[in-house]
Design a protein around this ligand. Structure first.
Ligand SMILES: O=C(O)c1ccccc1NCC(=O)[C@H](O)[C@H](O)COP(=O)(O)O
Length: 271
């Protein structure tokens, strides 16, 4: 069993348990449930913004502990002040050290799109995502049959939420694209082997139809790589570890975005 298969098997168990503890009727009573959804599509493509979706991630299966002391309130506010377009908050506890509480805190302190970063296998998790204040959910092609992925995407749409489809290769892209998807993320990390290369994004970008917002995910640690991805056609960039490994993730995001803006301005003046 590879790590993704293990996470998914555990997730089915976790969701069954949560369902028995907290019925959807209760989730629907949350103060966040009827809140207005903030569009990830709109914020990521706003030319005034960086396109960066900054992630709050305490640990990961590939890296172990990344940051055990960061405050979600301080980091999420700092990310947005640094010029991020949106937030990604990991809510998986077991493998990433996140929680629904983390997302609720980020929601309380920020008006921006928030991606619930988790392993969605059931409609229940989409209702739950809405009840904690998320605007967008992730659907991973490698973890879901295409019919199921389509039905989950349509369910998210029916709640007014946006959907980020994550793929790692052309085959996953072909089998999983559907009308319920808003944004397509190419994960530079192979979730089965943990190998990371931005070439994955560069090779796949032209296969994504232009009607979808294009996001490059994982392993982005250099503003020059971001420039390269932007030139290749990506609108958004999901960055976690490179910020979170710092003792001041928000400061790391600030420095990164400042350098990215400097590079972009100098390219413009040379053109
Ligand atoms: O990050 C992992 O080790 C991982 C392992 C198994 C499934 C998913 C995993 N990561 C989730 C992500 O996709 C990343 O958190 C996200 O794209 C940001 O990546 P990075 O900038 O490299 O932290």
């Amino acid at each position: 069993m590879n790590i993704l298969e293990k996470i998914i098997a555990d997730k089915y168990r976790e969701v069954a348990e949560r369902k028995s503890l907290i019925p959807t009727k209760l989730l629907e009573k949350s103060i966040f449930y009827d809140g207005k959804v903030v569009s990830m599509k709109k914020y990521v493509t706003d030319p005034e913004k960086s396109g960066i979706i900054a992630e709050f991630k305490r640990k990961s299966p590939s890296k172990g502990l990344i940051n055990g002391s960061a405050s979600v309130e301080q980091v999420s506010i700092g990310y947005m002040q640094a010029g991020a377009s949106a937030l990604s908050i990991l809510t998986d506890q077991e493998y990433f050290g996140g929680s629904n509480e983390d997302l609720k805190i980020a929601r309380k302190f920020n008006f921006c799109p928030i991606l619930r970063k988790d392993f969605v296998v059931d409609e229940y998790q989409i209702i739950e995502a809405k009840s904690i204040g998320a605007d967008c959910v992730l659907l991973i092609a490698a973890a879901l049959e295409s019919e199921k992925l389509k039905s989950l995407a349509n369910f998210a749409k029916s709640l007014g939420m946006e959907v980020l489809l994550e793929v790692h290769d052309g085959e996953e892209l072909k089998k999983s694209l559907n009308d319920g998807v808003d944004l397509v993320g190419v994960n530079n990390r192979n979730l089965k082997t943990f190998e990371v290369s931005i070439d994955t994004s560069l090779e796949l970008v032209t296969a994504i139809p232009d009607s979808f917002i294009k996001i490059s995910e994982s392993g982005i640690s250099d503003p020059r790589a971001l420039m390269q991805l932007k030139k290749a056609g990506f609108d958004g960039f999901l960055i976690g570890e490179n910020f979170m490994k710092s003792s001041r993730p928000e400061q790391a995001a600030y420095n990164f975005i400042k350098e990215f803006k400097r590079l972009a301005a100098s390219e413009l003046s040379e053109a």
